[in-house]
Design a protein around this ligand. Structure first.
Ligand SMILES: C=C(CC[C@@H](C)[C@H]1CC[C@H]2C3=CC[C@H]4[C@H](C)[C@@H](O)CC[C@]4(C)[C@H]3CC[C@]12C)C(C)C
Ligand SMILES: C[S@@+](CC[C@H](N)C(=O)[O-])C[C@H]1O[C@@H](n2cnc3c(N)ncnc32)[C@H](O)[C@@H]1O
Length: 373
């Protein structure tokens, strides 16, 4: 005799189906949570599922990454300064979404401040810059290399000035404009696509200017400083946070050389400068140098702490990016770009720990009232 009971089999099948559905909902929910909610080192509005190649179409991201890398494999290529803006533009197409997703809307470092969040420390570092410019409502100031406008919004809100940002990257222009509108600051903030080595602005048309971790992309600092000098009104101030090697750097130390090369390759730099070149170049183009200071030096807290704290977050981000690329949600090539950033985070951290590199060498300049003053 068989134990076959039709009613029981149907009940079993129902139970299995319920179990399967529950498991599927939990797995799906977990995956969604991992990728979209948790899937960012900091929640800043950009979701992992929206990662793109900027203005590069999804299928070309891998090729463009290879092209970016070829600048370093054939060093002679990058010796031609005229090619640098295009190479930097490609870099920002590749990294802008990852930066926003994993870092936020301000693409720079800041000294860590005990008891303060990264967001608060970032904002203070930005406000410090505009306070030096002595500008206010009604003034027009220039953001040289504005990214997606994190600093621009903080600076417009702090000073009440009209801020005009320039970036080489069209995709960033769109992102910055969207953020400006969302923040209700679009009446004070304007964004222009252009090359800061040949700016599309009239002579003597700004009351102040700043650059935050952007002019390091210029093959010759005198070219961008010369342009800033040209567009400033006489008496106006310019402050810049520069990426440079410090007095601790030794070109005959293989570890130092490796760190610097790692920073250049992972951050689209045509060549890091030494801190002692900056003021000399500013003077050469006509500026009066009011102050120069490495803002990373003690008692400032380590700027690289934020990079070091996130080992688990990096691993999680790698998994998220890999899964999204496999599913075809993120472009192929994004995994390589993410790996490149992971590597450069290590080089930047070593640069900070050894003291051979700073991303915040501050120079404050004034355009003399008369050219011969
Ligand atoms: C001024 C520049 C950029 C400075 C920083 C904003 C970026 C430098 C290195 C970037 C990052 C490194 C590791 C990434 C990580 C692997 C990923 O999971 C999440 C994003 C990172 C943390 C990313 C964020 C931005 C940086 C810190 C240059 C280019 C002149
Ligand atoms: C690291 S990001 C910093 C952005 C912004 N200052 C911030 O702190 O968020 C460097 C910026 O410089 C811009 N940049 C680099 N080379 C440029 C060039 N030749 N002309 C205009 N912008 C340039 C990039 O497009 C990017 O917006």
């Amino acid at each position: 005799m068989s134990n076959y009971t039709p009613g029981f089999e149907a009940a079993d099948a129902m139970e299995n189906l319920t179990l399967f559905m529950t498991a599927a909902v939990i797995a799906g929910g977990g995956l969604y949570w991992f990728m979209c909610i948790l899937g960012s080192a900091e929640q800043k509005g950009k979701r992992a599922a929206d990662l793109s190649g900027g203005s590069i179409s999804a299928e070309k991201v891998g090729d463009k990454y290879k092209q970016y890398w070829s600048f370093f494999l054939r060093p002679k290529e990058i010796d031609k300064p005229s090619q640098v803006p295009a190479f930097v533009d490609t870099f920002y197409n590749l990294v802008t979404d990852i930066y926003e997703w994993g870092w936020g809307q301000s693409f720079h470092f800041s000294p860590s401040i005990p008891g303060k969040s990264h967001a608060a420390a970032t904002r203070l570092h930005e406000e410090f810059a505009v306070d030096l410019l002595r500008v206010g409502p009604g003034d027009r100031i220039l953001d040289v290399g504005c990214g997606v406008g994190g600093p621009m919004r903080a600076i417009a809100a702090r000073s009440g000035s009209n801020v005009v940002g320039i970036t080489i990257n069209e995709y960033q222009v769109g992102r910055a404009r969207t953020h400006n509108k969302k923040a209700g600051l679009d009446s004070l903030c304007e964004v222009v696509r252009g090359d800061f080595l040949q700016m599309p602005f009239d002579d003597e048309s700004f009351d102040g200017a700043y650059s935050i971790e952007a002019t390091c992309h210029a093959p010759k600092l005198e070219d961008v400083y010369g342009e800033v000098y040209r567009v400033l009104k006489p008496g106006a101030m310019y402050v810049s946070y520069e990426w440079v090697t410090t007095g601790e750097y030794r070109s005959d130390d293989p570890e130092h050389v490796e760190i610097v090369q790692g920073i250049e390759r992972g951050d689209a730099l045509p060549g890091l400068r030494s801190f002692d070149e900056v003021a000399e170049i500013a003077r050469k183009v006509g500026f009066e140098v009011v102050e120069e200071k490495d803002l990373a030096r003690p008692p400032s807290g380590p700027w690289w702490a934020r990079l070091k704290m996130g080992r688990i977050a990096y691993w999680r981000n790698h998994v998220v990016v890999s899964v999204l690329a496999k599913l075809g949600v993120a472009p192929e090539g994004v995994v390589e770009v993410h790996d490149m950033l992971y590597k450069t985070a290590g080089h930047l951290t070593r640069g900070g720990e050894t003291g051979i590199f700073t991303p915040m060498y501050m120079i404050l300049c004034r355009k003399p009232v008369k050219a011969d003053d």
